[in-house]
Design a protein around this ligand. Structure first.
Ligand code: PGA
Length: 263
């Protein structure tokens, strides 16, 4: 059975004390939630203190990083390598739209990061998604892309992001479908549409790795998920979890997302 995953991306939020308070409340509330793996991705400097406060955490509560550089070490000011994160986190988000947009990360760099994360024994959560909200008809409308165009953006990001990944490495991959127009905007995609794209991703993964391996890769939805709309996504057969930004900063709200995916 595919792993269910709920990921909290704290982005560049929280002070150290806020991070420790949030992690402590989540350690308690998440212990009650079964059948889903929960990954907290604090800002880099809080990862170790959060790990310390979570020493006695339930085994389904994991730590992740929001990014990692692919070179192991060297003169790369400001970067944190996947090699440095080994043993501290189990998951790393790679290719988030904010990294692609603000830091101009290319798909080649994203691919190098996926390889580095896997090589260091962690799981890469590869984020993919179209830039603008699609038009529901197969005709361009006010410059909005069609579904076919959105689909081709996503398959290109998959092809480039997973280039050179072998069948043996498939167990260290999760895909987060995050339409860029839905991230941080308060305008989530609707569940049926997100499931439709997840199906398309699964088909692509099946062509690439074969049905049985592709069937094991968790596919998450991300973009303005809240406790109010999470059922839209948890009720979809192809969605195995969510990646939440804003909603991951409030313990009660984030716990509600985890409950929605609990078995
Ligand atoms: P959001 O962010 O939940 O605040 O929209 C999601 C993400 O960036 O992963």
């Amino acid at each position: 059975m595919r792993q269910r995953l709920v990921v909290g991306n704290w982005k560049m939020h929280t002070t150290l004390s806020e991070a420790l308070i949030l992690a402590t409340s989540l350690r308690n509330s998440i212990s009650e939630v079964g059948g889903v793996r929960v990954v907290l991705c604090p800002p880099f400097p809080w990862i170790v203190p959060v790990a310390e406060i979570l020493t006695h955490r339930p085994s389904h509560l994991k730590l992740g990083a929001q990014d990692a550089y692919y070179k192991e070490e060297g003169a790369v000011t400001g970067a944190v390598s996947a090699a440095m994160l080994r043993g501290i986190v189990d998951y790393v988000i790679v290719g988030h739209s904010e990294r692609r947009r603000i830091f101009k990360e290319s798909s080649t760099l994203v691919n190098e990061k996926v390889h580095a994360v896997i090589k260091q024994g962690m799981t890469a959560i590869l984020a993919v998604g179209e830039l603008t909200r699609v038009h529901h008809q197969e005709k361009r409308h006010h410059g909005r892309p069609t579904r076919t165009e959105a689909r081709s953006d996503i398959t290109t990001q998959l092809e480039e992001g997973l280039e050179g990944i072998s069948k043996k490495e498939v167990g260290q991959i999760a895909i987060a479908y995050e339409p860029v127009w839905a991230v941080g905007t308060g305008q989530a995609a609707d569940g049926v549409y997100a499931n439709h794209i997840a199906e398309l991703i699964r088909k692509w993964l099946t062509r690439r790795f074969g049905a049985s391996l592709a069937g094991e890769i968790p596919i998450l939805y991300g973009g303005s998920v809240t406790s109010e709309n999470v059922e839209e996504f948890s009720g979809q057969p192809e969605l195995d979890g969510v990646l939440a930004g804003g909603s991951s900063l409030k313990a009660k709200e984030f716990t509600a997302l985890c409950h929605a995916f609990a078995r």
